[in-house]
Design a protein around this ligand. Structure first.
Ligand SMILES: Cc1cc2nc3c(=O)[nH]c(=O)nc-3n(C[C@H](O)[C@H](O)[C@H](O)COP(=O)(O)OP(=O)(O)OC[C@H]3O[C@@H](n4cnc5c(N)ncnc54)[C@H](O)[C@@H]3O)c2cc1C
Length: 333
């Protein structure tokens, strides 16, 4: 891994592009070491793929849906320590899923929602949502960052955390060239697509407690009752994830075509009529392979570190560990 050097490490300013778990955790580490750090995200809310949304209905109440990551697991002691601290603060709790009855894996989720974990991380951070970065330019000794809304940010160092195809697109648009072998390795990492359907039901679903089931049927890979999960106190809010094959083949299909098939496949667990629904297409849900190193450093024309879930593990833990490793690197340059 190449490195950049600086004589003014403690006074550097950092701009984190992407307020998902990777970017937010890196930003908190930098902030805790008194660095000047700003986070920008194109989304209306932070959290990225830790996503939660509401559907309101006057008669049937408000449904609250986790519709990206549903839970997370922990393999490393570093992430476990962080998760333990979140549990003590009441942000995270265990979710007693018994999908893999033989595995001893423990499942965790946000107490009020998964996006709430991102909100917790963002407390006391300088975060700008609705801010899509369109171009980055190195101006001799600092980065100038242009956004879709014609705002400009500047920083000494950039941390890029979007899904890799979006990061590569931004670099290309900004005419920043990567070493050919590095570019090729990054381009080879492709992501599963996932069509998510958020369905508000008239009556409680038939999904058994504790409210989440992995499925290996023809169309669905996951179904969850957010009411039984404990995040949707009023509304009977059900999240459906189409499997990668269905998501790929129906990507361009009309929402009615998609939901007709998915609701039919889910009917044994729905057991009630759908009052309202929304469809969300995750073009980049989880990477199919990973880069194999925790982050990537670019030194020319200026310092950039790239991290996220496509580096060591294609999930929430991987995103956090990659963000932590990137921040450690930046603090020790
Ligand atoms: C449907 C689905 C189910 C999943 N299930 C699980 C699960 O059960 N367990 C698990 O551990 N993981 C799961 N995952 C994966 C997990 O959500 C991700 O691995 C993790 O959240 C990725 O975090 P990240 O910070 O690397 O990326 P992201 O969360 O994608 O964050 C990147 C951020 O960059 C922003 N961005 C992109 N381009 C720009 C730009 N030009 N300017 C500004 N901002 C930009 C995006 O808005 C986004 O917020 C799931 C994901 C999906 C979609």
């Amino acid at each position: 891994m190449s490195s950049f050097t600086t004589s003014k490490a403690s006074t550097l300013s950092y701009l984190v592009i992407g307020g998902g778990m990777s970017g937010l955790i890196a930003a908190t580490v930098l902030r805790d070491r008194h660095m000047q750090v700003t986070v920008v995200d194109k989304g209306r809310a932070i959290g990225g793929r830790m996503a939660t949304r509401r559907i309101k209905n006057a008669e049937y109440g408000e449904g609250i849906f986790d519709y990206g990551a549903q839970y997370f697991t922990v393999k490393s002691s570093r992430f476990q320590a962080l998760v333990n601290s979140w549990m003590q603060e009441g942000i995270v709790k265990q979710w007693s899923l018994n999908n893999h009855i033989l595995s001893r894996e423990v499942y965790y989720r946000g107490v009020s929602s998964n996006r709430a974990i991102a909100h917790h991380l963002a407390e006391n951070l300088d975060v700008h949502t609705d801010t899509r970065v369109t171009e980055i330019t190195w101006l001799d000794d600092y980065w100038q960052v242009q956004t879709e809304t014609n705002d400009t940010f500047s920083a000494d160092v950039l941390l890029l955390t979007p899904p890799l195809p979006q990061t590569l697109e931004l670099l290309e648009r900004s005419q920043i060239e990567l070493a050919p072998d590095t570019k090729q390795r990054l381009e080879q990492i492709v992501y599963y697509r996932c069509i998510a359907v958020l369905a508000l039901l008239a009556q409680p679903s038939q999904i058994p407690n504790p409210g989440g089931m992995q499925l290996d049927g023809n169309l669905l890979s996951w179904i969850a009752c957010n009411h039984k999960k404990g995040i949707s106190p009023q509304g009977n809010a059900v999240t459906l994830h189409a499997n990668p094959e269905f998501s790929e083949t129906h990507w361009e299909a009309d929402n009615v075509v998609i939901t007709n098939q998915l609701f039919a496949a889910a009917s044994p667990w729905l057991g009630s009529s759908v009052i309202d629904y929304q469809v969300h297409r995750w073009r980049y849900s989880q990477p199919q392979t990973v880069y194999g190193e925790p982050y990537l450093v670019i030194t020319e024309p200026g310092p950039i570190v790239i991290c996220g879930d496509a580096f060591i593990q294609p999930n929430v833990e991987g995103a956090v560990l990659s963000g932590l490793a990137a921040a450690d690197y930046l603090l020790n340059v």
